[in-house]
Design a protein around this ligand. Structure first.
Ligand SMILES: Cc1cc2nc3c(=O)[nH]c(=O)nc-3n(C[C@H](O)[C@H](O)[C@H](O)COP(=O)(O)O)c2cc1C
Ligand SMILES: [Fe+2]
Ligand SMILES: [Fe+2]
Length: 403
């Protein structure tokens, strides 16, 4: 999608699809690209809400100029200084001379150090309103969602919440901007991947921001990445409430690592136990092949996380160590955990997973299974038992009272 799109009278999407960048923040895969959303609000005065990462991609400035039709750009609202939204900020200032930047105290501090901006900033306080004439914009600070200076902007006349990274999703906009024009399941999955990878560590701050914004009559959620949500904004907000409280769907993600097949055999037995126990939603990832981004997303989605790995160099198999480190960094809570693995001489894999279990305070489901080299039939039986125990716990959680 390249043309400007009208959200409501006087408000247009003027963002850009990025279909060339492979990794967001040079880390998280973008198999379907990403969109940097920017919005132009035109009342008696005009304001651009955020910008985009680079001028080298699809036309952005021409679109803004055309919509302005010779009018002046009065304000540039900087909801977030991360370069995916502020990359071309100084170009915008050159192209639209006299444009006043709007941000909070932290925004001004960051703009000084990131873009050498020393003047032309209107510093607004939490809850302050800027009247464009026909469109009133109120700025609500949302610190650490996911940077300290982050804020959201609410347009009163049509109830448009310019929510910045909150409610954002990976994936370029393929011809449609609105949720009622696209495959919502795919968008929701990419929204969860974005949430868990980028925002999830700050879930408590997300909870605070949601509580603070609860009274706003939001009709349209216009984030800075991915689709605009207008069909049922309350449902989208509820999704964020669940994710930020680490609430999960019924299901299991099973991540395993294996060099020579011993742990893989154990994983197959755990999976058999899960299915025999009645579990139907199971996602298996090989930690050496699946991307951390996807495994973190699935752990955020499902109630149970099962981890299996060998000992390696007296420690945990490195790709699994990387995954559990990321779980800890992201602060994921309230999961069922199952662990298993294999060793040859003095171990180091399962013991490290047990230490992780102690630190993350998830509910550990027994048995913990550790085999020496190739798992014997008893170890495989214990793995099946682990699978069936996890399935039973999930059943019990789904139907409290019944066991
Ligand atoms: C490169 C390498 C390093 C290993 N380091 C250890 C170790 O430090 N401690 C240990 O008990 N076993 C160690 N082992 C043995 C493996 O943990 C054991 O063979 C295990 O069964 C491998 O499981 P897999 O077949 O699923 O890869 C190592 C094996 C390899 C290949
Ligand atoms: Fe960001
Ligand atoms: Fe962003």
């Amino acid at each position: 999608m390249e043309s400007a799109v009208k959200l409501v009278d006087g408000v247009h999407w003027v963002g850009a699809n990025d279909r060339e960048t492979d990794l967001f923040e040079n880390m998280w895969p973008l198999p379907k690209g990403v969109a940097y959303n920017s919005y132009l609000v035109q009342g008696r005065k005009t304001a651009l809400i955020d910008t985009i990462k680079t001028v080298s991609g699809p036309p952005f400035l021409a679109k803004v100029r055309e919509l302005l039709g010779g009018r002046k750009l009065d304000y540039l609202v900087v909801n977030h200084v991360e370069p995916d939204h502020s990359g071309i900020l100084n170009v915008v200032r050159q192209v639209f001379p006299g444009v006043e930047l709007v941000g909070n105290k932290k925004t001004a501090e960051f703009l000084l150090h990131l873009h050498k901006v020393t003047d032309g900033i209107r510093v607004v306080a939490d809850g302050e309103t800027l009247d464009l004439g026909g469109h009133r914009l109120t700025f609500h600070l949302a610190p650490m969602v996911h940077w300290p200076e982050t804020m959201v902007t609410f347009e009163h006349e049509h109830g448009v919440l310019f929510s910045c990274d909150a409610f954002g999703a990976f994936g370029a906009l393929d011809g449609g901007l609105f949720d009622d024009e696209i495959d919502v399941d795919e968008a929701e999955s990419e929204m969860l991947r974005y949430y868990s990878n980028i925002v999830g560590r700050y879930s408590v701050m997300v909870q605070k921001a949601l509580a603070k914004l609860a009274g706003l009559p939001v009709e349209i959620i216009a984030p800075s990445h991915g689709p605009v949500w207008r069909k049922d904004p309350a449902k989208v907000i509820e999704r964020y409430r669940r994710w930020s409280h680490w609430e999960a769907e019924r299901g299991v993600v099973l991540c395993y690592g294996s060099m020579y097949g011993n742990v893989r055999k154990m994983m197959e037995a755990v999976a058999e136990g899960l299915v025999a126990g009645g579990e139907r939603r199971l996602v298996v990832h090989d930690v050496s092949r699946a991307h951390l981004s996807t495994m973190v997303r699935d752990a955020w989605r499902y109630q149970a996380v099962l981890l299996g790995a060998p000992a390696y160099d007296t420690l945990l198999y490195p790709p699994m160590a990387h995954l559990v480190d990321l779980f800890e960094r992201k602060g994921l809570k309230n999961r069922l955990l199952g662990i298993f693995g294999s060793y040859g001489w003095s171990g180091g894999g399962v013991s490290a997973l047990k230490e992780f279990a102690g630190r993350c305070a998830w509910e550990l489901v027994e048995p913990v299974v550790e085999a020496r080299f190739q798992p014997a039939e008893e170890a495989l039986a214990a793995c099946r038992e682990l699978g069936s125990h996890v399935a039973a716990r999930l059943r019990a959680q789904a139907e409290p009272g019944k066991t």
